[in-house]
Write a protein that binds this ligand. Sequence first.
Ligand code: GLN
Length: 290
Amino acid sequence: MPKTPETSTVSALLDLATRRLRGAGVPSARLDARVLLGHAMRVNPASLLPGSTRVVEASQAAEYAGLIDRRLLRTPVSHLTGSREFYGRPFHVTPDVLDPRADSECVVEMALACLPADRASRILDLGTGTGCLLLTLLAERVLASGTGIDVSDAALAVARGNATALGLADRAAFQVGNWLDGITGQFDLVISNPPYIPAAEIPLLQPEVRDHEPRLALVGGDDGLDPYRHICPELGARLAPDGVAVFEFGMGQARQVAAIAQASGLVSVQTVRDLGGIERGITLKSAVPA
Ligand code: GLN
């Protein structure tokens, strides 16, 4: 039998890729090397043990080398694998949508606290992107239904695909739109993770975000607060009696978002911190419920 070159074992490929990624300053080099090898081999990355002498097929090793080359250009791992896990479920991700972040899971928790499991709540998600907020809520609240709005048709296509893949398409509608413009009816929950990064801070972001994620989903005007200014004045009319709005916002923006809401006849019920301890979400309701 021909001797297998040791360079094609799982162990050797992982070591080489990790060295290349680390050398280029890629954060979480070893984890990324493993996740991408799992993707190339179509196996669960957790099954790839560091010292494994398992031989990787030549075509898969070549695919892996290509993935590592793209990761060296700081392409997000989710763009390479096409998927990101959010709140325990897989979401298809493309460069047309914001990559779901673990930070946003605290916003989901906040929203779930406002959605009784035994009620048929109506949910509106503004700037739905992958649909990760709306679809997670629908998965967690089986009587709920909702609509996801996005200004990007390409994003809506991703969200619709995710709804179908998660078996939620019968309770999720998607439509193109600009925040609450043209929306009628009332909702028990309006949720949004709008773009909230001040324009001048974009150059300071990590390259994965700065160079690969959609600007439309990141930049919220000069101070990052434009979307809240656009949404809040129209929000009261869209909230059902006892309805709430849950917004994600950026670091240090809690006070300003609450002030914008207050100027629109809304009051802050509470804020929540993300896993990093940063204030990240706010629950609002009408100051004078309908
Ligand atoms: N949380 C994202 C980041 O800091 C930004 C997402 C957003 O603007 N909503 O990269």
